[in-house]
Design a protein around this ligand. Structure first.
Ligand code: SAH
Ligand code: SF4
Length: 380
């Protein structure tokens, strides 16, 4: 019989599971804290549990995070891990240190089925959804590895609950669900995993410090609003439906007007009073001054911040990066109209850890052949 993986449980689920073994709720809280706050996987180390409970847990349970297959460190301090998620599959997770925070970019699926034309993960195809323990496990392992590497200068975003364990300054202060996969297409496990990330007895991250990025799966944005309204980033990437549908097939199902309506509804409960729109700058596709002006008209009425992302190339992508001057011009048009617009700094590109470069190892189970969209006729 395979042992239950306690990393798969939210606190209510762990409480229920332990209750079925005849244990009181406060035991669940203790175990939860041992696992997530102290990074324990060895039940013998959980010294404030009765010996009999420790023995029982050893027999039927385990704390099993995905194993690290490789670890790369970029010149800029970014760290990328490849994790083993079984039968030839690997997922990638990236840590991005900044002065005032440490952000972990977490994967939600093995590959992605949505086939955005500019995305390396999309190119890989799709194998399966990740389990809760595989999603939380990325954070659990990253905090441990970073602490071992000496990256503990960051304060914990919130003090540890009083009297419970030691305050552990964990290196990861922010999580972005921006790794491999479309998080809203793995809704249950992703939201359970984020519940653990937010829990005071686990990582204690606030809803503002956990950002979910979606390509715009409208019904699930509405579900997220009810279930766990964390900060939302939406991959828009185009000022109109014609361009968006060419580079993001998901737009055929959920066109821009529907997407923006869902975003405005989401703002009723969101931890921030704007939605972040990501906009990858693709040379000759969506980067002209006229596109910026059209974007302004499209976003009118939706409180928005625009994050311009320089395209990160990968082999045979068929796209090129917009020149920095042209990115700045695009940004200026937005800024002049009063829209907050930033240009995302490219981090970790020397280790292929930048946005859109995460490929991992995906045993593709989809039938479709990737279709490549070439923005311009003549290219070498
Ligand atoms: N599936 C989700 C989250 C993962 S992708 C989503 O699409 O939002 C995280 C971000 O990287 C998205 O905004 C995505 O559009 C962007 N991205 C994808 N490929 C890219 C590339 N080659 N260069 C720059 N950004 C890219
Ligand atoms: Fe999937 Fe996001 Fe990549 Fe699109 S950009 S293929 S939704 S991971």
């Amino acid at each position: 019989m395979s042992r239950v993986n306690l990393l798969d449980f939210t606190l209510p689920q762990l409480t229920e599971w332990l209750a079925a073994q005849g244990e009181k709720p406060f035991r669940a809280r203790q175990v939860f804290q041992w696992i997530h706050q102290r990074g324990a996987s060895d039940f013998d180390a959980m010294t404030d549990l009765a010996k009999s409970l420790r023995e029982k847990l050893k027999a039927v349970a385990q704390v099993r995070a995905p194993a690290i297959l490789s670890e790369h460190r970029s010149a800029d301090g970014t760290v990328k891990w490849l994790f083993d998620v079984g039968v030839g599959n690997g997922i990638e997770t990236v840590f991005i240190p900044e002065d005032d925070r440490g952000t972990l970019c977490v994967s939600s699926q093995v590959g992605c089925a949505l086939d955005c034309k500019f995305c390396s993960t999309g190119r890989q195809g799709f194998n399966r959804d990740l389990a809760v323990g595989e999603i939380v496990g990325q954070l659990w392992v990253a905090n441990k590895r970073l602490a071992e590497m000496g990256s503990t200068r960051l304060p914990s975003p919130r003090p540890s609950p009083k009297g419970e364990g030691e305050p552990s300054p964990r290196p990861v202060s922010n999580v972005v669900m921006m790794g491999m996969g479309e998080p809203l297409n793995n809704f249950g496990p992703v939201t359970d995993a984020m519940e653990v990330m937010l829990h005071d007895h686990a990582y204690g991250l606030s809803r503002r410090r956990v950002t979910l990025s979606t390509s715009g799966v409208v019904p699930h944005i509405r579900k997220l609003k009810e279930r766990l309204p964390v900060a939302l980033a939406v991959s828009l990437h185009a000022p109109n439906d014609a361009i968006r549908s060419r580079i993001m097939p998901v737009n055929d199902a959920y066109p821009i007007a529907e997407l923006l309506a869902a975003c405005r509804d989401y703002l009723e409960v969101a931890p921030r009073d704007f939605i972040t729109f990501e906009y990858v700058m693709l040379k000759g596709v969506n980067d002209a001054p006229d596109h910026a002006r059209e974007l302004l008209r499209t976003l009118a009425g939706t409180p928005a911040k625009v994050n311009l992302i320089p395209f990160n190339p990968f082999p045979d992508s068929g796209f090129e990066r917009t020149e920095p001057d042209r990115v700045r011009l695009f940004q200026k048009i937005l800024l002049d109209a009063g829209i907050v617009a930033t240009v995302r700094k490219t981090r970790g590109d020397d280790i292929d850890a930048a946005c859109g470069q995460l490929a991992g190892q995906v045993v593709n189970r989809m039938k479709r052949k990737p279709v490549h969209f070439h923005p311009r006729e003549a290219r070498s």
